[in-house]
Design a protein around this ligand. Structure first.
Ligand SMILES: NC(=O)c1ccc[n+]([C@@H]2O[C@H](COP(=O)([O-])OP(=O)(O)OC[C@H]3O[C@@H](n4cnc5c(N)ncnc54)[C@H](O)[C@@H]3O)[C@@H](O)[C@H]2O)c1
Length: 251
């Protein structure tokens, strides 16, 4: 085991599945203690069991401020510090065109993907400021830099995550806190499952981008970049938006 993250604690949201699960395993392999946080308690427990005693599983809805405060308090009770925060939990929209997007879909996606990322960040920052160090890695998306890769709600939410990433990086650079984002290309996870009210017309409009040649990544290929961004090797990388997509966005 590499000792890079020995005595360090990583809090990872959405760690019950897909990219977050791979991040939890990757940080544990590097010696970290890991908080496996997810809305899906059963999946959080599964990831926790895979990792063993270095992990605890906590159930949270990141869009719920009180639940987020409880998550951070429970994490600190268990491990006493938080060195790494991976804001990874997120949901898709229904690929609808803007005129066809319901208020409910807009609110739900923005609330989880953007407000949830903000709420967890804000709740963890006081601890990182006390420590004088911390690394935050946000999972944004190619839809955070492109207009044609998802519906309007998801696209706006991920553009927001990029703004949040840069603002946090800029605001706390002098306090030893770094904040970066990865932009995963298409990755084999649970998120691509059936979407409620999936809109075929919206999806067809996105085809020029979605049809660009893209390799399908494995979640561990996202996790290893998150580990790098949180590591000492990336100590001068702050406010960076890093595509992890085998050149998909370079096309
Ligand atoms: N898979 C891809 O192709 C892809 C591409 C770009 C970006 N992303 C982003 O990667 C991140 C991880 O997604 P994934 O692909 O691993 O999907 P996934 O569905 O496998 O995992 C997402 C996890 O987040 C959890 N979650 C959802 N809402 C939550 C909430 N309110 N509070 C706490 N947990 C919640 C889910 O229960 C799930 O375990 C997301 O932010 C997603 O937008 C994924």
């Amino acid at each position: 085991m590499n000792a890079e993250f020995e005595n360090k604690v990583a809090l990872i949201t959405g760690a019950g599945s897909g990219i977050g699960r791979a991040m939890a395993i990757a940080f544990a392999q590097q010696g970290a203690k890991v908080v496996v946080a997810d809305l899906d308690t059963e999946n959080a427990e599964k990831t926790t069991a895979e990792i063993g005693e270095a992990a605890i599983g906590l159930s949270v809805d990141i869009s719920d401020e009180a639940a987020v405060d409880r998550l951070v308090a429970q994490s600190l009770d268990a491990f006493g510090r938080i060195d790494v925060l991976c804001n990874n939990a997120g949901i898709m929209d229904d690929m609808a065109l803007p005129a066809d997007t319901s208020t409910d879909m807009w609110d739900r996606v923005l609330r989880v993907n953007l407000s949830g990322t903000f709420l967890v960040t804000r709740a963890v920052l006081p601890q990182m400021l006390t420590q004088g160090a911390g690394a935050i890695v946000n999972t944004a998306s190619e839809a955070g830099i492109r207009g044609g890769a998802a519906g309007v709600a998801y696209t706006a939410s991920k553009h927001g995550v990029i703004g949040l990433t840069k603002n946090v990086a800029w605001a706390y650079a002098k306090e030893g806190i770094r904040c970066n984002a990865i932009l995963p290309g298409p990755t084999l996870t649970g998120i691509a499952g059936p979407t409620p009210n999936f809109d075929p017309a919206g999806s067809a409009r996105l085809q020029p981008v979605l049809a660009l040649p893209a390799s399908l990544a494995e979640p561990h290929q996202m996790a290893s970049v998150a580990v790098f961004l949180a590591s000492e090797a990336a100590s001068f990388v702050n406010g960076a938006i890093v595509p992890v997509d085998a050149a998909w966005s370079a096309a």
